[in-house]
Design a protein around this ligand. Structure first.
Ligand SMILES: NC(=O)c1ccc[n+]([C@@H]2O[C@H](COP(=O)([O-])OP(=O)(O)OC[C@H]3O[C@@H](n4cnc5c(N)ncnc54)[C@H](O)[C@@H]3O)[C@@H](O)[C@H]2O)c1
Length: 389
């Protein structure tokens, strides 16, 4: 297994190089979140400090299909690039995949077979059987593996986790989340998401996209998901692609779901690319507990302790005497950092220092499982139990 890090002796101290083959890096997530705001940002800060005078130093090798796009991305940052995946796998410590979901399974399997550590975007694969097979294969190969679970590292969610851990909410009763915004169908204004997201045959659909997130958010903050009911909808039947041509939307662009969690918490989460935002942030999660309520967004978190809860009385005949919006206090936030970068740093420490990293392929497979069972619930129009994986 290639886990022998190159070492350099720069002015600042000892750098341990980790070569990362980054595939799918010309895409939206690959470029913005993973290359620029994570790996290049880590290099800009001088690497990941691991000991006095010692840092991990990620060295990206960009991998893709289109040499022109790769060179346009690589050259301004003086990075190496290649269209030869097998060659890249022979020459790296870590393989990273942010390709379209449908291409992930084969490439990740090749990386595992080559003995490389692997980190990749969610969902891990398109179906549960292949996700579990990859997780088992990765364990058997003895490599380190991880899946992006960025929402856990958002400042607002990290603050919420701190509020939950403090016990300020008492017993959590229910969770309600709204995720979404208006994705323009095109052609003008141009759509702000890729067209494959809206084609089932290309791995699209908001259930596969968002339930992979909801699984780890619910599991880690409130209790393991034990059941799901979901209803999807394709609200906008025709959209326009990157070339400005119309296409039929064959995948759902909204999903309305209810989850039961171990411990009895009930969660309702709406995911939609067809809503206009009347919230502070594109995602907000309200957590009602016996002793208080918290509302977390991507960056902010606010709290209403039980003792400060206004006494509401239903009387629509009069203006409401309570200023409900004023009954919340901001919770001092976590130090903001890019959520993807924060998780990258932990994965690279896991690879180099063997520090724990629980967000592995098995966690990724649980996300795929929830998407699959959510789609089954919708198809069969019934409540579906979620067996332990
Ligand atoms: N963690 C998150 O919050 C988050 C958010 C959005 C997307 N994602 C995931 O990231 C991955 C990439 O999504 P994206 O929005 O960046 O997609 P994108 O379409 O912008 O980029 C896809 C990348 O895959 C490459 N690719 C390979 N084969 C392709 C093909 N047949 N068609 C189109 N592109 C192909 C493209 O060149 C590009 O580099 C997906 O698996 C998606 O589920 C994660």
């Amino acid at each position: 297994m290639a886990n022998v890090f190159q070492e350099a002796e720069p002015e600042l101290g000892r750098l341990r190089e980790i070569r990362i083959a980054m595939n799918g890096v010309t895409g939206r997530m690959g470029t913005n979140q993973h290359l620029v705001r994570s790996i290049l940002a880590i290099r800009e800060q001088g690497g990941i400090a691991v000991a006095p005078g010692e840092a991990l130093w990620p060295v990206p090798l960009l991998v893709g299909r289109d040499e022109r796009k790769l060179s346009a991305l690589a050259e301004p940052h003086e990075l190496e690039y290649t269209t030869d995946l097998a060659g890249a796998l022979a020459d790296c410590d870590v393989y990273f995949d942010a390709q379209v979901t449908s291409r992930r399974e084969d490439a990740v399997r090749a990386a595992v077979e080559a003995g490389r550590h692997v980190y990749c975007e969610k969902p891990l694969t398109e179906d549960l059987a292949s996700a579990v097979a990859l997780a088992r294969g990765a364990d058997a190969a003895g490599i380190k593996h991880g899946v992006v679970q960025d929402k856990l590292f958002l400042p607002g969610i990290r603050t919420l986790k701190r509020v939950l851990d403090s016990g300020a909410l008492g017993r959590v009763l229910s969770v309600r989340g709204e995720f979404g915004y208006w994705v323009f169908p095109g052609p003008d204004p141009a759509p702000q998401r890729p067209s494959w997201n809206y084609r089932a045959q290309d791995g699209g659909g908001i259930v596969a996209d968002m339930f992979a997130h909801w699984r780890y958010v619910l599991d880690e903050l409130f209790g393991s998901v034990s059941g799901v009911f979901a209803l999807g909808a394709t609200h906008v039947p025709v959209r326009y692609d990157e070339q400005g041509d119309p296409y039929e939307a064959t995948a759902e662009d909204a999903a309305y779901a209810m989850f039961e969690l171990d411990g009895g918490v009930i969660a309702q989460l709406n995911s939609s690319w067809c809503v206009r935002v009347d919230r502070g942030e594109l995602f907000e999660l309200q957590v009602d507990g016996s002793e208080g309520t918290a509302v977390a967004g991507l960056r902010e978190c606010r709290l209403q302790p039980g003792a400060a809860t206004p006494r509401s009385v239903w009387n629509p005949d009069l203006p409401d005497p309570v200023d409900h919006r004023a009954a919340w206090m901001p919770v001092p936030g976590e130090e903001p950092d890019n959520a993807f970068k924060a998780q990258w740093e932990l994965f690279l420490r896991h690879v180099a220092l063997d520090e724990p990293f629980p967000w592995d392929f098995h966690a990724g497979a649980r996300g795929v499982q929830l998407s699959e069972l959510g789609l089954r619930s919708w198809r069969e129009r019934r409540w579906v139990e979620v067996p332990e994986l």
